[in-house]
Design a protein around this ligand. Sequence first.
Ligand code: SAH
Length: 372
Amino acid sequence: MQSNALSASAATVGRRNLIGLSTKELEAFFRDLGEKPFRARQLLAWVYRRHAVDFDGMTDISLSLRQRLAQIATLELPTVVADRCSADGTRKWLVDIGGGQAVECVYIPEPNRATLCISSQAGCAMDCSFCATGQQGFNRNLDAAEILGQVLLAQRALGPDVALTNIVFMGMGEPLANYRNVIPVVSLLTDDYAFGLSRRRVTISTAGLVPQIRKLSEDCNVALAVSLHAANDQLRDQLVPINRRHPIAELLEACWHYAQCLASRQITFEYAMLRDVNDSIADARALARLLRDRPAKVNLIPFNPFPGTRYACSSADVMDAFCTELWNRGVVATIRRTRGEDIAAACGQLAGQIRDRTISRLGSKHSRAAHS
Ligand code: SAH
């Protein structure tokens, strides 16, 4: 695998990778070649709808232009270094992003949906105490080609019989901390000439970056999931350290504003069930007080353990009682079925291979959390 990756990049040195370029950027690219801007639309359709792997087969583009493109441009995807299938049909790819690092993306088949969970950063700086990715530290943002490359390589691996119906930014990283690269990816996912998914089928999940949630409502109205995990600031400060900067009241205000822009759509609140930490009936009542009569639904996530964690998952009975309490108090809630646990592909278990750059700069992990 390593030598393939090296030879692929050696062969493409100096050529421009067209994966991840926005419609505008592609139009400018073709204009610079003396071509009409509509070539951009043709290329988008070939890459994202017909899954072309090179320029050869793009038959509505003249042979001379195809040959020129092959000389100056590429359609390069990141390299897959591992591909694992779970007994339940979940499939996980480890994707090389260079510098000895790799990120993960996960395919989750369901009867009516084919969801891909993608990563937006190498590691994560949010430092949530119950998340495997957060415990590894942070290295860098992925660029648009690396994020979208995950979708294309999964689609290629799954073959023409599987059409991805939903994309969720719930893999490694905090998508709203990589706003600059995530927004162009969302545009291509929802552009009719490119992937053409409906906005409600693309979900951004965030630990709670309030300014970016506000900006998102102006830039793109995709579905929003918010990792709440606690109904009071004291506990949320411990579980999701970004809460120290943007406490619950401020976060929820931004959420209700976002929901207004969504025209009757709800915000999903994710809540990992941590035994004896946030799973009491009093916690459920406090959560219901925050969310009742609001455009909200709760997704209870059974905590997925990972090596070295101090947390355990609540029992099934406790999760059921918590869920029932929410319903009784007028809040819609579901318990997420855990998928891909046998291949460490479940929520919060994605780890990839990350070289943490933050510990050496800021001292201990603890001080990083305090600075975040
Ligand atoms: N940074 C984004 C995406 C993170 S992963 C965010 O914070 O929303 C998607 C979801 O999995 C988040 O709600 C996250 O809090 C949750 N999660 C993280 N670790 C988990 C674990 N070990 N068990 C269950 N859920 C977890």
